[in-house]
Design a protein around this ligand. Structure first.
Ligand code: BGC
Length: 756
């Protein structure tokens, strides 16, 4: 034996031999339930007790509506399931969407309602991690009570384009805000001992052509933006699973992208859970498995069921080694154990839910997320002396709008308005749906002295006449967004701009309440004295809006996303892939009935993201453009002042200052810290480096302290796979929104190199 071989032999025997005095090892399956062991050791013990067939069965899941053979559980309409292994206590994984509640998109489960949170963008707008946690905990509890043990929540793709159809499902444009809020949301979901995902990993930044597009970006820039949001959220929320996205990233599909899955996620971040695919996002067995995909989801939606027969063939031929299969299964079980699901299995009978308490969670999220954008002459809160109030548009007599797609919750109270789609990629699984939360009833309840009437707003002249006859006109403007389709413009649809203009011309006390999935252009803004962004406000949105308008709630939401003057201010002014989409539509119109699966016949195209890490407010700072409303912006019915800045620098950066409520009402403020840093691209980079949310009574002062996560202001070196914080002087500002500088300071920082 050579010395090297001897050393290897000794090492190996040390690792595998049992010392004479040790107890005999417990049988592997028992070790799987030994809570004294780490989740990873427990998962490994279970894997050691599994047959190869059992391992091969757990790496792919069924999509109920298409699944064969038909088992009762396979037919429960939901996102999918993976059969468990009862002899080892491994539960069947029962998956449901999504981040806003237990979804039931087009009422596949007849009569099954759930509590609908507002859009995640509204939760992000609260700037309050406690709101994100409470929402996650509430929807996780409902998932559990409804027998689901995997909630496909945790959407955290950064907003790169204002027209992205899924912006409402995400947490905005900033990595720190999004990462913290999504992390807390996931932590809340998993507090119920169920699995949550974080999704869609990564750069699924537009919906048009999402299954065919190649998203191209500089890798370091991606680390400093979208990936940083995922990294922070993963650290805080510790999601049991990561869902890889539909699109390609720099040439490889996200679900077979070695750099993303094996490199960034598993090697650099040390992620121990499992990667599940998005539904219909798998394109190979061997390539995907070797790149780091651990489980194929909703397999019947893929172009082939890759992780069944093709996987087995590659496995038998030795092209996928047993070690990799074991790793896949260990990771899945790690998620099941670490989330608490293994030790606290979800009962398989539906349990009662306290819907009244849960509705309050949804309402609080909506109230904290509503953003007051304009309030000339303090028109709001509404004086309770108005005799006649007219509400115009958006079905404000019966409900509030919600966003479409897999996240659609059929909320408690039902859907008073539901409009099916006649065409488009979302037509099969989305309808325009209103939650039964009537702003009209809620306003009437808070303003009993007034006559509150409703006109639908379809005729600008009639709307203007109704406004003329009223003391106050409140226009509810809507823009519906959905998964699978981007809006092609960010103008309000259905002639609403003309209607708002006419109403504002007829009554100068016009208030506009937006129910939108993100920013819209507002050509009428100068004429409208008061403006409120209510997003898709969820199941108690009507009550939340009324409380803000009448002053029972002091608005404290801040924009988690920049509102451009027009789409042309943003890096791209319309979705890429529109020509490819139109060509597919034209073929269909000409009679082509081909089944193109998930692609819808859209030819592959690529999208470049030359703005790199400089997205959202960073883009506006870099290019010197002035948006309509900046990131972080939002008014209140009181005022806040900042003073006594103190900067503690050196190796760590901590900034503290006083916040005072200088107005006459109790209210909540979201002070923000921005640092001027340098990105990997060498450009001056403006970064949100801290935020807080605090409630103060009139005259009250509280000291706020923010310690900066150095990664937020560092640049990523992709070759060295490390963050670098350059030593030197950094300018910083404390303000009410991006670009504001209520307080200015500098910090002198020592150089630092940080692990990825
Ligand atoms: C969406 C995912 C969702 C999945 C299962 C996909 O179309 O992109 O977010 O979790 O469907 O419904």
């Amino acid at each position: 034996m050579t010395p090297r071989a001897l050393a290897a032999f000794l090492l190996l025997s040390a690792a595998t031999s049992v010392p004479a005095f040790a107890q005999p090892a417990p049988p592997a399956a028992t070790a799987g339930s030994n809570r004294a062991l780490s989740p990873q050791d427990r998962a490994r013990a279970l894997v050691a007790a599994m047959t190869t067939e059992e391992k091969l069965a757990i790496i792919h899941g069924y999509f109920p509506p298409l699944a064969k053979p038909v088992t009762p559980i396979a037919m429960t309409p939901s996102a999918g399931h993976i059969p468990g292994i009862p002899r080892l206590g491994i539960p069947t994984l029962r998956e449901s969407d999504a981040s806003l509640g237990v979804a039931n998109q087009i009422e596949q489960r007849k009569g099954d309602t759930a509590t609908a949170l507002p859009a995640s963008l509204a939760t992000a707008a609260s700037f309050d991690p406690r709101i994100a946690y409470a929402g996650g905990a509430m929807i996780g509890a409902e998932a559990r009570a409804k027998t689901f043990n995997v909630l496909l929540a945790g959407g955290v793709n950064l907003t790169r384009d204002p027209w992205n159809g899924r912006n409402f499902e995400y947490m905005g444009e900033d990595p720190l805000l999004s990462g913290v809020m999504a992390g807390e949301h996931i932590r809340g979901v998993q507090s119920n001992h169920i699995v949550s995902t974080i999704k869609h990993f990564a750069l699924n930044s537009q919906e048009t052509g999402r299954t065919v597009l190649d998203a191209r970006i500089d890798k370091a820039a991606l680390r400093e933006s979208d990936l940083l949001a995922f990294e922070i959220a993963t650290e805080i929320g510790d999601p049991a699973s990561v869902m890889c996205a539909y699109n390609k990233v720099n040439g490889d599909y996200a679900c077979e992208n070695d750099w993303l899955l094996n490199g960034v996620l598993k090697r650099d971040w040390g992620y121990k859970g499992f990667v599940m695919s998005d539904w219909g996002a798998v394109h190979s067995a061997e390539k995907a498995a070797l790149a780091g995909l651990d489980q194929e989801s909703g397999q019947e939606l893929d172009d082939a069921i890759h992780f069944a027969q093709p996987f087995e063939e590659a496995f038998k031929a030795g092209r996928i080694p047993m070690a990799r299969l074991d790793d896949m299964v260990t990771r899945i079980l790690h998620g099941v154990i670490a989330s608490g699901l293994m030790d606290d299995p979800v009962p398989d009978t539906v349990r009662q839910i306290d819907y009244a308490a849960h509705a309050n969670v949804a309402q609080q999220a909506a109230e904290q997320g509503i953003v007051l954008l304009k309030n000339e002459g303090d028109l709001l809160p509404l004086a309770r002396t108005a005799r006649r109030i007219v509400l115009i548009g958006a079905h404000a007599d019966v409900g509030v709008l919600s966003g479409g797609g897999s996240s659609q919750v059929r909320s408690v109270g039902g859907a008073p308005v539901e409009i099916p789609l006649t065409k488009g990629a979302a037509a099969s699984f989305a309808r325009m749906t209103w939650h039964a939360s009537s702003p009209m009833k809620a306003i009437q309840a808070l303003a009993p002295q007034a006559e509150v009437v409703y006109v639908d707003g379809s005729d600008p002249k009639a709307a203007a006449q109704a406004a003329k006859d009223a003391d106050i006109a409140i226009v509810f403007a809507w823009q519906w967004q959905t998964e699978a389709q981007d809006t092609e413009t960010i103008r309000l649809p259905d002639n609403q701009d003309a209607m708002i203009d006419a109403v504002a011309s007829a009554n100068r006390k016009t208030i506009v309440v937006l129910e939108t999935g993100g920013p819209v252009e507002m050509p009428w803004l100068a004429k409208v004295p008061a403006l409120v962004e209510a997003w898709y406000p969820g199941q108690r949105g009507g009550e939340a809006i009324a409380n803000v308008l009448l002053g029972d709630v002091n608005p404290s939401g801040r924009l988690p996303i920049t509102f451009p003057v027009s789409a042309s201010q943003a890096p791209r002014s319309m979705p890429a892939g529109l020509p490819e989409l139109r060509a597919a539509d034209a073929r269909r119109a000409a009679g082509d009935t081909g089944n193109y699966g998930m692609t819808g016949g859209v030819a592959p195209f690529s999208v470049d993201y030359p703005e790199g890490a400089e997205i959202g407010y960073r883009w506006y700072a870099k290019t010197g453009r002035k948006p309509l409303f900046p990131f972080g912006y939002g008014l209140t019915y009181t005022r806040f002042a900042y003073a006594n800045l103190k900067v503690q620098d050196g190796p760590a950066l901590t900034v503290s200052f006083d916040v005072t409520n200088t107005g006459a009402r109790t209210g909540a403020d979201a002070p923000q810290l921005y640092v001027e840093a340098k990105s990997s691209a060498g450009v001056a980079a403006y970064r949100l480096a801290g935020f807080d949310k605090l409630t103060l009574s009139p005259g009250e002062t509280r000291r706020v302290s923010m310690t900066v996560d150095p990664r937020v202001i560092a640049r990523f070196d992709e070759a060295a796979r490390k963050w670098h914080l350059d030593g030197g002087t950094y300018a910083l500002t404390v303000g009410h929104f991006a670009g504001d500088s209520a307080l200015r300071g500098t910090a002198t920082l020592q150089p630092q190199t940080l692990k990825p």
